[in-house]
Write a protein of this length. Structure first.
Length: 238
Protein backbone atom coordinates (compact mmCIF):
# COMPACT_ATOMS: atom_id res chain seq x y z
CA UNK A 1 0.00 0.00 0.00
CA UNK A 2 1.19 3.52 -0.78
CA UNK A 3 1.75 6.19 1.85
CA UNK A 4 -1.49 7.86 0.78
CA UNK A 5 -3.98 5.65 -0.95
CA UNK A 6 -7.26 6.88 -2.41
CA UNK A 7 -9.60 4.12 -3.55
CA UNK A 8 -12.73 4.41 -5.67
CA UNK A 9 -13.58 7.86 -4.34
CA UNK A 10 -16.98 9.05 -5.45
CA UNK A 11 -18.63 12.43 -4.91
CA UNK A 12 -21.99 13.83 -5.94
CA UNK A 13 -23.39 17.32 -5.64
CA UNK A 14 -27.11 16.77 -6.15
CA UNK A 15 -27.46 14.97 -9.47
CA UNK A 16 -24.00 15.91 -10.68
CA UNK A 17 -21.26 13.34 -10.15
CA UNK A 18 -18.10 15.39 -9.70
CA UNK A 19 -15.73 12.50 -8.84
CA UNK A 20 -16.05 9.10 -10.50
CA UNK A 21 -14.22 6.17 -8.90
CA UNK A 22 -11.00 8.08 -8.38
CA UNK A 23 -7.94 5.98 -7.46
CA UNK A 24 -4.75 7.78 -6.47
CA UNK A 25 -1.53 6.53 -4.89
CA UNK A 26 1.05 8.90 -3.46
CA UNK A 27 4.47 7.74 -2.28
CA UNK A 28 6.07 9.33 0.78
CA UNK A 29 8.30 12.31 0.04
CA UNK A 30 6.94 12.88 -3.47
CA UNK A 31 5.27 15.88 -5.04
CA UNK A 32 2.22 14.81 -6.98
CA UNK A 33 0.18 17.22 -9.08
CA UNK A 34 -3.47 17.14 -10.05
CA UNK A 35 -3.66 18.96 -13.38
CA UNK A 36 -6.88 19.75 -15.17
CA UNK A 37 -9.22 22.51 -16.34
CA UNK A 38 -11.50 24.48 -14.07
CA UNK A 39 -14.45 22.42 -12.83
CA UNK A 40 -12.88 18.97 -13.33
CA UNK A 41 -12.98 18.17 -9.59
CA UNK A 42 -9.46 19.01 -8.34
CA UNK A 43 -10.51 21.06 -5.31
CA UNK A 44 -13.23 18.57 -4.41
CA UNK A 45 -10.67 15.76 -4.39
CA UNK A 46 -8.37 17.78 -2.09
CA UNK A 47 -11.25 18.63 0.25
CA UNK A 48 -12.16 14.94 0.55
CA UNK A 49 -8.55 13.98 1.28
CA UNK A 50 -8.26 16.74 3.90
CA UNK A 51 -11.54 15.77 5.56
CA UNK A 52 -13.20 19.15 4.95
CA UNK A 53 -15.89 17.19 3.11
CA UNK A 54 -17.08 13.59 3.21
CA UNK A 55 -17.14 11.39 0.13
CA UNK A 56 -20.23 9.53 -1.03
CA UNK A 57 -18.14 6.41 -1.49
CA UNK A 58 -14.62 5.05 -1.44
CA UNK A 59 -11.72 4.71 0.99
CA UNK A 60 -8.78 6.80 2.15
CA UNK A 61 -5.65 5.39 3.77
CA UNK A 62 -2.72 7.40 5.13
CA UNK A 63 0.41 5.78 6.52
CA UNK A 64 -1.33 2.42 6.80
CA UNK A 65 -4.42 3.74 8.59
CA UNK A 66 -7.98 4.13 7.36
CA UNK A 67 -8.65 7.87 7.71
CA UNK A 68 -12.05 7.93 5.96
CA UNK A 69 -13.94 8.40 9.23
CA UNK A 70 -11.40 10.66 10.96
CA UNK A 71 -12.16 14.35 11.40
CA UNK A 72 -10.05 16.88 9.50
CA UNK A 73 -8.19 17.81 12.72
CA UNK A 74 -7.05 14.23 13.31
CA UNK A 75 -5.74 13.46 9.83
CA UNK A 76 -2.26 15.06 10.08
CA UNK A 77 -2.91 16.83 6.79
CA UNK A 78 -2.39 20.56 6.19
CA UNK A 79 -3.75 22.65 3.37
CA UNK A 80 -2.68 25.85 1.60
CA UNK A 81 -5.14 27.81 -0.53
CA UNK A 82 -4.90 30.34 -3.34
CA UNK A 83 -6.02 33.14 -1.05
CA UNK A 84 -3.47 33.39 1.72
CA UNK A 85 -6.00 33.39 4.55
CA UNK A 86 -3.49 34.70 7.08
CA UNK A 87 -4.76 36.21 10.32
CA UNK A 88 -4.58 39.95 9.48
CA UNK A 89 -4.24 41.10 13.08
CA UNK A 90 -1.32 38.77 13.89
CA UNK A 91 2.34 39.25 13.09
CA UNK A 92 4.17 36.89 10.76
CA UNK A 93 5.66 35.21 13.83
CA UNK A 94 2.24 34.70 15.42
CA UNK A 95 0.70 33.49 12.17
CA UNK A 96 3.40 30.86 11.72
CA UNK A 97 3.40 29.75 15.36
CA UNK A 98 -0.39 29.51 15.54
CA UNK A 99 -0.60 25.72 15.09
CA UNK A 100 2.10 25.13 17.71
CA UNK A 101 0.36 27.39 20.23
CA UNK A 102 -2.82 25.37 19.66
CA UNK A 103 -0.75 22.26 20.47
CA UNK A 104 0.46 24.05 23.64
CA UNK A 105 4.16 23.55 22.96
CA UNK A 106 6.51 25.50 25.23
CA UNK A 107 7.68 28.94 24.17
CA UNK A 108 11.29 27.97 23.60
CA UNK A 109 10.44 25.06 21.29
CA UNK A 110 7.98 27.27 19.41
CA UNK A 111 10.64 29.96 19.00
CA UNK A 112 13.19 27.51 17.59
CA UNK A 113 10.71 26.01 15.15
CA UNK A 114 9.45 29.39 13.94
CA UNK A 115 13.01 30.64 13.39
CA UNK A 116 13.82 27.54 11.36
CA UNK A 117 10.69 28.05 9.26
CA UNK A 118 11.41 31.77 8.76
CA UNK A 119 14.86 30.94 7.48
CA UNK A 120 13.53 28.23 5.14
CA UNK A 121 11.14 30.73 3.54
CA UNK A 122 13.75 33.53 3.58
CA UNK A 123 11.68 35.90 5.70
CA UNK A 124 13.78 36.15 8.87
CA UNK A 125 13.58 39.95 8.82
CA UNK A 126 9.76 39.98 8.53
CA UNK A 127 9.03 38.23 11.81
CA UNK A 128 7.33 41.27 13.38
CA UNK A 129 5.57 42.46 10.22
CA UNK A 130 1.84 42.14 9.64
CA UNK A 131 0.38 40.43 6.56
CA UNK A 132 -0.66 43.78 5.08
CA UNK A 133 3.03 44.83 5.07
CA UNK A 134 3.95 41.88 2.83
CA UNK A 135 3.81 41.32 -0.91
CA UNK A 136 1.58 38.56 -2.29
CA UNK A 137 4.53 36.23 -2.70
CA UNK A 138 5.71 36.86 0.85
CA UNK A 139 2.21 36.25 2.21
CA UNK A 140 2.05 32.94 0.38
CA UNK A 141 5.42 31.94 1.83
CA UNK A 142 4.02 32.63 5.29
CA UNK A 143 0.96 30.48 4.50
CA UNK A 144 3.28 27.70 3.48
CA UNK A 145 5.33 28.04 6.68
CA UNK A 146 2.18 28.06 8.79
CA UNK A 147 1.01 24.82 7.17
CA UNK A 148 4.41 23.10 7.37
CA UNK A 149 5.34 23.96 10.95
CA UNK A 150 2.93 21.40 12.42
CA UNK A 151 4.82 18.72 10.43
CA UNK A 152 1.83 17.23 8.62
CA UNK A 153 2.14 13.85 6.95
CA UNK A 154 0.81 15.39 3.75
CA UNK A 155 0.52 18.97 2.56
CA UNK A 156 -2.28 19.78 0.11
CA UNK A 157 -1.89 22.90 -2.04
CA UNK A 158 -4.88 24.19 -3.98
CA UNK A 159 -3.62 26.49 -6.77
CA UNK A 160 -1.38 28.25 -4.23
CA UNK A 161 0.43 30.35 -6.82
CA UNK A 162 -2.42 31.21 -9.17
CA UNK A 163 -3.02 34.68 -7.76
CA UNK A 164 0.62 35.77 -8.12
CA UNK A 165 2.11 37.54 -11.09
CA UNK A 166 4.30 35.61 -13.50
CA UNK A 167 7.75 36.50 -12.18
CA UNK A 168 7.00 35.88 -8.49
CA UNK A 169 5.17 32.74 -9.46
CA UNK A 170 8.22 31.32 -11.22
CA UNK A 171 10.39 32.05 -8.18
CA UNK A 172 7.93 30.41 -5.82
CA UNK A 173 7.57 27.32 -8.02
CA UNK A 174 11.27 26.67 -7.65
CA UNK A 175 11.33 27.59 -3.96
CA UNK A 176 8.42 25.29 -3.22
CA UNK A 177 10.03 22.38 -5.04
CA UNK A 178 13.35 22.95 -3.25
CA UNK A 179 11.65 23.15 0.14
CA UNK A 180 9.63 20.01 -0.60
CA UNK A 181 12.76 18.07 -1.47
CA UNK A 182 14.76 19.41 1.49
CA UNK A 183 12.03 18.45 3.94
CA UNK A 184 11.08 15.24 2.14
CA UNK A 185 7.49 16.44 2.51
CA UNK A 186 4.70 14.57 0.72
CA UNK A 187 2.66 17.09 -1.26
CA UNK A 188 -0.37 17.07 -3.50
CA UNK A 189 -0.35 20.19 -5.64
CA UNK A 190 -3.35 21.34 -7.67
CA UNK A 191 -3.03 23.51 -10.75
CA UNK A 192 -4.62 24.17 -14.13
CA UNK A 193 -1.26 25.38 -15.46
CA UNK A 194 0.57 22.65 -17.37
CA UNK A 195 3.92 24.49 -17.39
CA UNK A 196 3.82 24.73 -13.61
CA UNK A 197 2.92 21.04 -13.33
CA UNK A 198 5.73 20.00 -15.70
CA UNK A 199 8.27 22.02 -13.74
CA UNK A 200 7.64 20.94 -10.16
CA UNK A 201 6.11 17.42 -10.17
CA UNK A 202 7.40 13.92 -9.61
CA UNK A 203 4.11 12.59 -10.97
CA UNK A 204 1.23 14.34 -12.74
CA UNK A 205 -2.35 13.07 -12.71
CA UNK A 206 -4.37 14.66 -15.50
CA UNK A 207 -8.02 15.10 -14.55
CA UNK A 208 -11.00 15.54 -16.84
CA UNK A 209 -14.63 15.64 -15.84
CA UNK A 210 -14.27 13.93 -12.44
CA UNK A 211 -11.79 11.30 -13.51
CA UNK A 212 -8.04 10.82 -13.58
CA UNK A 213 -7.45 10.14 -17.26
CA UNK A 214 -3.69 9.62 -17.21
CA UNK A 215 -0.88 9.48 -14.65
CA UNK A 216 2.85 9.60 -15.23
CA UNK A 217 6.04 11.58 -14.93
CA UNK A 218 6.11 14.91 -16.78
CA UNK A 219 8.28 13.27 -19.46
CA UNK A 220 5.91 10.31 -19.88
CA UNK A 221 2.88 12.51 -20.29
CA UNK A 222 4.68 14.78 -22.71
CA UNK A 223 6.02 11.95 -24.85
CA UNK A 224 3.12 9.52 -24.66
CA UNK A 225 -0.18 11.34 -24.11
CA UNK A 226 -2.90 8.73 -24.02
CA UNK A 227 -5.53 10.77 -25.88
CA UNK A 228 -6.24 14.15 -27.47
CA UNK A 229 -7.37 15.67 -24.20
CA UNK A 230 -4.08 14.92 -22.45
CA UNK A 231 -2.10 15.93 -25.52
CA UNK A 232 -3.84 19.28 -25.77
CA UNK A 233 -3.54 19.87 -22.05
CA UNK A 234 0.14 19.01 -21.86
CA UNK A 235 0.64 21.11 -24.97
CA UNK A 236 1.98 18.45 -27.28
CA UNK A 237 0.55 16.93 -30.44
CA UNK A 238 2.26 14.26 -32.51
P1 LIG B 1 -11.83 22.43 -9.85
O1 LIG B 1 -11.17 22.65 -8.53
O2 LIG B 1 -11.14 21.42 -10.71
O3 LIG B 1 -12.05 23.70 -10.59
P2 LIG B 1 -14.14 21.73 -8.25
O4 LIG B 1 -13.76 20.53 -7.48
O5 LIG B 1 -14.15 23.03 -7.55
O6 LIG B 1 -13.28 21.80 -9.59
O7 LIG B 1 -15.60 21.50 -8.83
C1 LIG B 1 -15.99 20.35 -9.55
C2 LIG B 1 -17.46 20.44 -9.90
O8 LIG B 1 -18.23 20.36 -8.72
C3 LIG B 1 -17.84 21.75 -10.59
O9 LIG B 1 -18.82 21.47 -11.56
C4 LIG B 1 -18.42 22.56 -9.46
O10 LIG B 1 -19.36 23.47 -9.94
C5 LIG B 1 -19.06 21.51 -8.58
N1 LIG B 1 -19.06 21.87 -7.17
C6 LIG B 1 -17.96 22.07 -6.40
N2 LIG B 1 -18.31 22.35 -5.13
C7 LIG B 1 -19.67 22.32 -5.08
C8 LIG B 1 -20.63 22.51 -4.04
N3 LIG B 1 -20.27 22.78 -2.78
N4 LIG B 1 -21.93 22.39 -4.38
C9 LIG B 1 -22.31 22.12 -5.65
N5 LIG B 1 -21.45 21.90 -6.67
C10 LIG B 1 -20.14 22.01 -6.40
MG1 LIG C 1 -10.40 24.41 -7.69
Amino acid sequence: MSFLQVEKLEMWFGKQQVLKNVDLSVEQGKLVTLLGPSGCGKSTLLRLISGLETANGGNLYLDGKDISKQSAQNRDISMVFQSYALFPNMTVYDNISYGLRVQKLDKKTIHQKVMTMLSLIHLEEKSAAFPSDLSGGQQQRVSLARALIVEPKVLLLDEPLSALDAQIRKELQLELRTLQQELGMTMIFVTHDQEEAMLISDTIHVMHDGEIVQSGTPEELYSYPKNDFVASFIGHYN
